[in-house]
Design a protein around this ligand. Structure first.
Ligand SMILES: [Fe+2]
Ligand SMILES: [Zn+2]
Length: 349
């Protein structure tokens, strides 16, 4: 009678042991699969950490290659027809504007009157605009050539004026390529197609065609000033600049301020590919009159001395004519808060 229950309890024990063993294997399987999951999670975490680290490094390297904010915007301040040795008051007033505006100064020729002798540079120019010589990139005018070879000019400005005796050179400002030209054609072998200066300009433009381009020199291709007006001998420079997609031309010579709509080398308005010219002969010498405005004249004034400030960005520029204090009476300009101002922004198409 006893044998049966014992048999049953033995088989119960066997079943229990089997179950325990199975449970053990199941637990082991779970543990192993948990371990595998952990292992995979660890691998994934490590991979994500490495990915984040490498992306950060790439980002840093790219940031190094991008121009900084400072390089992205470049300030340029320009004017020509500046220092009169017989009366420094005009150029002293415009020099006081420069004192407050940081940036590269471009002189647009006729830096000192009555002529560009060494003495006039050291005794007159040096007393007003000369205090900003270290940040000035000059262009040469006709009054500098009253001294043979413009020797006073080249001696005074040194390396900042490019190769001595040539009067044309170029440099970069952020995303912009800036070209100084010499409009005293007869002193440098002519300005016609194939002349040394025109050949130099074409090859300089070929090497820098990807950039925004600003060119500056003394005698304007276009001007409604009654003393000089249009200078057709500048047309070859305009053709080369237009073909290269240049954006801005700055000139002096006529003692006034004039802004043109973008136009081609024949003076036809061309908002897509045209070049915008500014005449800024307002450095401090004196003012002169106007003829009838040209079809592309957008604004002009002969009421005040002042400087043109340009903010050059990659792909756009802003301009502002800054008159000397107390002389805000400009004609043809729009009004803001009762003061007539001349400023604008142009996005390069
Ligand atoms: Fe002048
Ligand atoms: Zn001149």
């Amino acid at each position: 009678m006893d044998a049966e229950p014992r048999k049953i309890s033995r088989s119960k024990n066997v079943l229990k042991a089997r179950w325990n063993r199975r449970a053990y294997f199941i637990r082991r399987k779970i543990k192993r699969s948990q371990f595998l999951i952990y292992k995979r999670l660890m691998k994934l975490t490590l991979f994500l950490l490495l990915l984040a680290a490498s992306l950060a490094t790439i980002g840093q390297n790219q940031a190094k290659n991008l121009p900084s904010d400072a390089a992205a915007e470049q300030a340029v301040i320009a004017s020509g027809d500046i220092v009169d040795c017989a009366n420094l008051s005009g150029s002293e007033a415009t020099a006081q504007l420069l004192d407050k505006i940081p940036g590269t100064i471009l002189t647009l020729g006729d830096s000192v009157y009555p002529d560009g002798s060494g003495t006039n540079f050291s005794d007159c120019y040096a007393r007003t605009w000369g205090r900003h010589r270290a940040r000035t990139r000059p262009a040469v005018g006709n009054h500098e050539y009253h001294t043979p070879g413009a020797a006073g000019y080249f001696n005074y400005f040194g390396e900042a004026a490019g190769e001595p005796g040539r009067g044309y050179y170029s440099f970069n400002l952020g995303a912009w390529h800036v070209i100084a030209l010499n409009s005293q054609c007869s002193d440098v072998g002519g300005c016609q197609k194939g002349s040394p200066e025109e050949q130099w300009l074409r090859s300089d433009l070929q090497q820098n065609s990807s950039k925004c381009i600003l060119a500056y020199w003394h005698s304007p291709r276009f001007s409604s000033g009654d003393e000089h007006g249009n200078d057709p001998s500048m047309k070859p420079f305009w053709e080369d600049l237009y073909a290269a997609g240049a954006d801005i031309v700055l000139n002096g010579h006529d003692h006034d301020y004039e802004r043109f709509a973008p136009q081609d080398s024949d003076g036809a308005a061309d908002p897509e590919k045209g070049i915008r010219e500014f005449v800024v002969g307002t450095g401090g010498k004196n003012q002169r009159g106007f003829h009838k405005a040209l079809p592309t004249t957008e604004a002009r004034s002969n009421k005040t001395f002042g400087v043109l400030k340009l903010s050059l960005h990659p792909g756009s520029y802003a301009w502002e004519f800054i008159p000397v204090p107390g002389q805000t009476h400009l004609n043809c300009y729009r009004q803001a808060r009762g003061v007539e101002i001349e400023m604008g922004i142009w996005r390069i198409p």
